[in-house]
Design a protein around this ligand. Sequence first.
Ligand SMILES: [Zn+2]
Length: 124
Amino acid sequence: MIFDSLNLYILFLVFIVGTCLGSFYNVVILRTLSGESIVFPPSKCPKCGNKLKPWHNIPIISYLFLKGKCAFCKEKISIQYPIVELLTGLLFSFAYIKFGFNYVTLFVLFCISCLIIMTVTDLK
Ligand SMILES: [Zn+2]
């Protein structure tokens, strides 16, 4: 793959999409284990129960900005969140670098997603 500015721009977008999906996979992992619905209720702090604001939900950045603590009660946020977000973003980026932008990549991204969800669920 040639790293011209267009490809780097797409690579950056692929990484961002990966981190957002990684954020969603965290929800899938935790709520599947606890038997809750994936779509409802909206994200809240497990300790103080305050609903998270949209800017508390930005992958990786919010964790760093909040220094790994709940914005309301300062309870520690699990390191699992930024790790899964970063891992998904990086693996999506590698898949794009390796396979380019085509149907094979979509299949690979699907496999990566399933593997991340299954691996982290098993670890927990
Ligand atoms: Zn809290």
